[in-house]
Design a protein around this ligand. Structure first.
Ligand code: KIV
Ligand code: NA
Length: 265
């Protein structure tokens, strides 16, 4: 396997090859995702919801992100591993943002960081890029700002927010981000952004006119079952399958059907 790099992704966009990206937070899942051929593994701060059961992404810490990321890095042979900077690790000032990014790169071995926001965090992104750390942007529905939005509904439906988003995307390209996530915005706007910049635009709930797609792994394999936005395609129903299997195990134990004669020493 040849390792995917930030350069490969930019080449993929130039060649019209769509980019596949999924989240992972641990070694075992990342191993499956990587060997199945996913180009980019995102150690998302969605770990706060999926792994820890928090209602939002805000509580997860930098130390916890580093733990998840280091597990994923040990599994990824081919995929580029991108790590979310968690809430509170970069918003205060550019020096804090760089310090947090350096910790991620040194302590987890991740290949790039991702952070939410546009011109508000421009100086922080530049500071990180100056240190040689690749940055992926994230615009649209940025879950770390959920208490500002007050709702998880589609963003940038109105002209003012759409214009700012397009400007932010162009700015992220100009200062040197290698790619950009657009979350839950109208497909037409996402396509316009993708056509306006040369770095790859990876969508989630942003339609097919972008350069790649990302989903939360546990959602797309149906391990979570209470979260059903329109953009989510479930490829499996693991919640049901696992519930059945585990229920069967419980009855087998109760009925002394497990272990059988071949399953003991
Ligand atoms: O944390 C995450 O899983 C993400 C993706 C939804 C883009 O940021
Ligand atoms: Na995230």
């Amino acid at each position: 396997y040849k390792r995917i790099t930030t350069k490969s992704l930019i080449d993929m966009k130039a060649n019209g090859e769509k980019i596949s990206m999924l989240t992972a937070y641990d070694y075992t899942m990342a191993k499956i995702v990587d060997s199945a051929g996913v180009d980019v593994i995102l150690v998302g701060d969605s770990a706060s919801n999926v792994m820890a059961g928090h209602e939002t992404t805000l509580p997860i810490t930098l130390d916890q992100m580093i733990y998840h990321a280091s597990s994923v890095v040990r599994a990824a042979e081919r995929a580029l591993v991108v790590v979310d900077l968690p809430f509170g690790s970069y918003q205060s000032d550019p020096r804090e943002a760089l310090r947090s990014s350096i910790r991620i790169m040194k302590e987890s071995g991740g290949h790039a960081v991702k952070m939410e926001g546009g011109k508000e965090i421009k100086d922080s992104i530049k500071n990180i890029l100056h240190a040689g750390i690749p940055v992926m942007g994230h615009l649209g529905l940025t879950p770390q700002s959920i208490y500002k939005f007050g709702t998880y509904t589609v963003r940038a439906k109105e002209d003012a927010e759409a214009e700012k988003l397009l400007e932010d995307a162009k700015m992220l390209e100009k200062i040197g981000c290698f790619a950009l996530v657009l979350e839950k915005i109208p497909a037409a706007l996402a396509q316009k952004v993708a056509e306006s910049i040369s770095i790859p635009v990876i969508g989630i709930g942003a339609g097919s006119g972008v350069d790649g797609q990302v989903l939360v792994l546990h959602d797309m394999i149906g391990m979570t079952h209470e979260f059903s936005p329109r953009f989510l395609r479930r490829y499996m129903n693991l919640y049901e399958d696992m519930s059945k299997a585990i229920g069967q195990y419980v009855s087998d134990v109760k009925a002394v059907d497990f272990p059988n004669a071949n399953e003991q020493y």
